[in-house]
Design a protein around this ligand. Structure first.
Ligand code: SF4
Length: 94
């Protein structure tokens, strides 16, 4: 799941609450982050290189920083996958 990059968090230190890096407390990634290229390993725990609190990032929907979630493209442009799914369920096509 992780991309291990040595030195991804230079100067970071592990604490009981998470990783302290650049004055911010980072919490470990969650299962929804699996496959994202921004996941980095630090002392055996995976953290996001872009956002300190992955769980809250996902709490309102897909993480907008993620590299592994896709937006469906059509000739008309971007389609919200959730709306497309609801439309399909109602039989309205597209
Ligand atoms: S960018 Fe989003 S999906 Fe990717 S690791 Fe960070 S919080 Fe998780």
């Amino acid at each position: 799941m992780s991309t291990t990059t040595a030195g991804a968090f230079p100067g970071a230190r592990q604490t009981a609450e998470g990783m302290m890096y650049n004055g911010a407390l980072f919490q470990a990634v969650i299962d929804k982050c699996e496959g994202c290229a921004r996941v980095r390993d630090f002392e055996g725990t995976q953290y996001c290189s872009s956002y300190p609190m992955p769980a809250s990032k996902w709490s309102l929907g897909n993480c907008n920083f993620s590299t592994h979630t896709r937006v469906v493209q059509t000739a008309q442009g971007k389609v919200n996958p959730l709306k497309a799914s609801k439309r399909a369920a109602k039989g309205k096509g597209r």
